[in-house]
Design a protein around this ligand. Structure first.
Ligand SMILES: *[C@@H]1O[C@H](CO)[C@@H](O)[C@H](O)[C@H]1NC(C)=O
Ligand SMILES: *[C@@H]1O[C@H](CO)[C@@H](O)[C@H](O)[C@H]1NC(C)=O
Ligand SMILES: *[C@@H]1O[C@H](CO)[C@@H](O)[C@H](O)[C@H]1NC(C)=O
Ligand SMILES: *[C@@H]1O[C@H](CO)[C@@H](O)[C@H](O)[C@H]1NC(C)=O
Ligand SMILES: *[C@@H]1O[C@H](CO)[C@@H](O)[C@H](O)[C@H]1NC(C)=O
Ligand SMILES: *[C@@H]1O[C@H](CO)[C@@H](O)[C@H](O)[C@H]1NC(C)=O
Ligand SMILES: *[C@@H]1O[C@H](CO)[C@@H](O)[C@H](O)[C@H]1NC(C)=O
Ligand SMILES: *[C@@H]1O[C@H](CO)[C@@H](O)[C@H](O)[C@H]1NC(C)=O
Ligand SMILES: *[C@@H]1O[C@H](CO)[C@@H](O)[C@H](O)[C@H]1NC(C)=O
Ligand SMILES: *[C@@H]1O[C@H](CO)[C@@H](O)[C@H](O)[C@H]1NC(C)=O
Ligand SMILES: *[C@@H]1O[C@H](CO)[C@@H](O)[C@H](O)[C@H]1NC(C)=O
Ligand SMILES: *[C@H]1O[C@@H](CO)[C@H](O)[C@@H](O)[C@@H]1NC(C)=O
Length: 747
């Protein structure tokens, strides 16, 4: 039972839906309908033949004749359709002609019968063209109405073009939905007026043989008295617009039975009965057809009536469900402009912000650009300068020499100015290791974390460039364990930089004379250092590929590493000093006490000058006294003369370093070493031994020492320290023997 009820209910629903569908769908025109007549496109609800026009009303039945003229009703020619509510048709004019004898053509009135769905639009006008004539328009229906006008003139109107009652008159047409039958015509009233007043009997016919009456859409006819009074320009029909509507019901009455399709709305007809359909805003097309109303792309359409009104087309956006809007970027307001477009404008305050921001950014960009250019210019200048220095300092020559010698033979690195700057942290003051007559030495840390000593060389003039390069090459090839290795150079600076191996423990000078090292060097150390230095000098004087004369042997140029191994520094660097007077003075000051007097007086340099200087170094090692000391008596300021006077007066023991003196068992060696030192410092270079001999003699001392020490150690059961401690207590006495040693005899 219940099932049956539900079934009935379902059937009812389907039936309802079906009928709804039928109501909505029944007005669809056939697919094969003729859509064109001539070049007029036929719009539904109009159509030719059954099934093509709106079936509820035969008024929409059209005929297309053989001449491709389209007719509505019996004789109304259609020109254009307006699918909202209007139709343009052609109505014939009425004309009535007669001559002076009042012989007239027999004209019948013009009449039209329209379908019940049509009525004359209010936009039409009723015209009369003619003189001394009247025209009448009659409509027939439930009530008969008539309207008309009259025109009076005896002569052609002076003014040409005004339809103002002289030669032409016109009147409005009142729309009546129930009157769709029209009749109109005109007549002269010559007869009536002729008798009473003679004025009309004049020759009106000559300039106006006929009178014309016609309906025309407003604006489609402009009266011209000179042309139209004669023959109305042979115009026999005029466009007239008709209003049409669907059915007799209002939208409200029609409700869901209205034939308006999707995206359209129903509007009550202006005729007073029936309704029309209209596409919704943002849609265009035929609202009586399925899918007739199409969404308009206002942003891209070319149709002037639907085009967007955004000033900038790029801001135009389509709305969901039709229509458009102008999308302004954030920070912009939409404003109506003078020419009825919508444009995006910045609010005043934002505009100022923008201007301010723009100016600031512009200024900054300019500033950056300027500084960039400055930087580039500076950089280019610096690069150029570096290049210039590099050439000036013999860089080209060096590279050429290296390439000739082969990189495996020459191990000299060419550092860049930038690399040097980085290594010394911009030539920081805390990195200065020493400052002297020959320049400043910096501690440098290379990118591979190795520590180097960077020294500014002094180059006098361009004539010395070749020599300088020579020396760089030669020195870089010296690979002696007691020589501070030259790693490379940098020629991009005004003053060339030399990069040396870094020796951490200070100079021999510091160890001997500086309190921080506490003069902790034993005689053994001192002798070894002397041997190492002597050996190195001998090697350089004879064994190296070309003899190298140090020229500035002094304790300050002898570095000591962690194991107190001697490293002779500044080889050949002193040769870089130009021999002008000022430099010489500086040098004499710097190395006063070590300078070979013969070399000083003659200016002739040979290897014996190094022997002299070494002699002074040896004396310094023995005595622990500085080469030049102003605390000593006038004649003994110079260590050499101090030694001389001490030996002369048999008090050499006074000269020997107290700490060394304590080491009793070395007394003999010290004596011998002192003799060697005195020999080295002989006034005449020829009388001095060669460096090789000096080295050999000193080495001979150690052989003995070692033997001696060995026997000592054996006695003391290897207790070296206590043995040394024992001997040192008696050291002072034993020096007397040394003092008696005739040093003077050696000179
Ligand atoms: C088509 O229309 C144009 C003007 O609208 C007209 O001049 C022409 O005669 C028409 N052609 C036909 C075949 O009706
Ligand atoms: C449409 O009008 C024409 C001409 O008036 C007529 O011949 C034809 O029968 C009409 N068609 C219908 C379906 O009434
Ligand atoms: C069309 O003409 C026929 C016969 O000439 C007439 O019977 C009919 O009423 C006319 N229709 C209209 C709408 O004038
Ligand atoms: C169609 O009719 C409507 C309403 O009278 C009018 O606004 C519109 O301009 C007409 N369109 C054309 C193409 O004649
Ligand atoms: C004009 O037509 C009317 C009726 O249509 C007729 O009575 C009259 O005699 C006709 N006049 C002429 C001159 O044919
Ligand atoms: C309107 O005019 C016609 C023809 O002249 C006539 O037959 C009809 O009776 C008139 N109707 C009224 C309401 O006067
Ligand atoms: C009007 O038609 C007549 C004859 O048919 C002709 O002689 C005359 O030139 C035409 N006038 C114009 C303005 O077309
Ligand atoms: C409108 O009503 C009139 C009479 O009131 C009738 O003759 C005509 O057929 C109706 N039109 C339509 C389309 O229903
Ligand atoms: C309207 O005015 C704006 C400036 O206010 C201008 O950019 C635009 O081109 C104008 N549009 C038309 C159609 O003249
Ligand atoms: C632009 O078009 C929109 C929607 O069609 C309308 O609301 C607005 O008033 C129009 N603006 C101007 C300035 O014409
Ligand atoms: C110092 O001597 C030790 C032991 O002989 C050795 O391992 C070390 O490498 C030496 N240091 C230097 C800097 O020569
Ligand atoms: C009008 O014209 C005159 C002269 O041209 C004739 O004598 C008339 O008979 C004629 N009248 C009509 C009705 O034709």
């Amino acid at each position: 039972m219940k099932l049956l009820q539900e079934g009935v209910f379902l059937v009812a629903i389907f039936f309802f839906a079906y009928t709804q569908q039928l109501v909505k769908g029944q007005h669809q025109p056939r697919k094969d309908c003729q859509t064109k007549c001539g070049n007029i496109t036929i719009d539904y609800p109009f159509g030719i033949s059954s099934g093509c026009y709106y079936p509820g009303d035969d008024s929409f039945n059209l005929t297309c004749d053989e001449k491709q003229n389209l007719y509505i009703g019996n004789n109304t020619e259609v020109k254009t359709f307006n699918h909202s509510s209007q139709l343009s048709v052609m109505f014939n004019r009425f004309s009535f002609c007669n001559d002076e004898q009042r012989n007239s053509t027999n004209e019948t009135l013009i009449g039209y019968r329209l379908g019940s769905s049509f009525s004359l639009s209010a936009t039409n006008k009723f015209y009369l063209v003619g003189c001394n004539a009247l025209a009448l328009l009659s409509t027939f229906g439930k009530q008969n109405y008539s309207t008309g006008c009259l025109s009076l003139c005896n002569a052609p109107p002076v003014e040409n073009g005004e339809c103002n009652g002289v030669g032409c008159c016109r009147t409005d047409v009142t729309v009546r939905s129930d009157s769709n039958i029209f009749q109109y015509g005109s007549d002269r009233f010559v007869n009536q007026f002729n008798a009473s007043e003679g004025q009309f009997k004049t020759s009106v016919y000559q300039f106006n043989p006929c009178t014309y009456a016609f309906l025309v859409e407003n604006g489609q006819f402009n009266f011209s008295s000179s042309k139209d009074l004669k023959n109305l320009r042979n115009l026999t029909s005029f466009p007239v617009s008709l209003d049409w509507s669907i059915g007799n019901k209002t939208c409200k009455q029609a409700g869901s039975t209205s034939i308006c399709r999707e995206n359209s709305g129903c509007i009550d007809s202006t005729r007073g009965k029936g309704y029309n359909c209209k596409c919704l805003e943002g849609f265009d097309g035929n609202p009586y057809l399925p899918n007739g109303c199409q969404d308009i792309n206002e942003c891209t359409t070319n149709s002037s009536t639907h085009k967007h009104n955004c000033t900038d087309p790029k801001t135009c956006r389509l709305k969901d469900g039709g229509g458009f809007y102008c999308k302004c970027p954030s920070g912009y307001d939409l404003t109506a402009t003078m020419n009825s477009t919508m444009s995006c404008t910045r609010p005043e305050y934002l505009r100022w912000t923008q201007i301010l921001l723009g100016t600031t950014i512009g200024f900054l960009v300019l500033l950056i650009a300027v500084s960039c250019i400055q930087h580039t210019t500076k950089h280019r200048k610096e690069t150029k300068l570096r290049q210039q220095f590099f050439e000036q300092n013999g860089g080209g020559m060096l590279i050429h020499r290296i390439s000739v010698a082969g990189s495996s033979n020459v191990d000299v690195k060419i550092f860049t100015e930038e690399g040097m700057k980085e290594a010394t942290n911009g030539y920081e003051e805390s990195r200065i290791l020493g400052q002297g007559a020959q320049g400043t030495v910096y501690k440098g840390i290379l990118p591979d974390k190795s520590i180097v000593a960077i020294k500014k060389a002094r180059l006098g003039d361009s004539s010395q460039v070749e020599q300088f390069i020579n020396e760089v090459l030669v020195l870089s090839q010296i690979n002696h364990r007691n020589v501070v290795k030259l790693l490379g150079c940098c020629l991009e600076t005004e003053v060339p930089l030399l990069v040396y191996e870094f020796i951490p423990s200070g100079t021999l000078f510091d160890h001997l004379h500086d309190s921080i090292f506490n003069s902790s060097l034993t005689w053994e150390h001192r002798l070894r250092i002397a041997i190492e230095v002597a050996g190195t000098l001998a090697y350089l004087h004879s064994s190296a590929s070309i003899p190298i004369i140090h020229r500035d042997v002094k304790t300050a140029n002898i570095l000591l590493d962690d194991n107190l191994t001697a490293k002779v520094a500044d080889f050949g660097a002193s040769r870089l000093i130009p021999m002008d007077k000022e430099q010489l003075t500086t040098m004499v000051q710097g190395t006063l006490g070590y300078l070979d007097p013969e070399y000083y007086t003659t200016g002739l340099l040979n290897e014996k000058s190094d022997v002299y200087s070494f002699g002074v170094v040896l004396m310094e090692l023995i005595s622990g006294q500085k080469a030049m000391c102003f605390d000593r008596p006038q004649q003994s300021k110079h260590l050499v003369s101090y030694f001389a006077s001490a030996t002369k007066e048999n008090r050499l023991h006074e000269v020997i370093d107290g700490k060394v003196m304590k080491e009793d068992n070395q007394r003999e060696e010290i004596k011998k070493a002192a003799r060697i030192a005195v020999e080295c410092t002989r006034l005449m270079g020829e009388e001095r031994p060669r460096m090789k001999e000096v080295a050999a003699e000193l080495e001979a001392l150690t052989v003995k020492t070692t033997k001696h020490k060995w026997s000592n150690e054996q006695l003391m059961s290897g207790h070296i320290l206590s043995a040394q401690g024992d001997t040192s207590s008696r050291g002072y006495d034993s020096i007397n023997n040394v003092a008696r040693f005739d040093i003077e005899a050696g000179r």
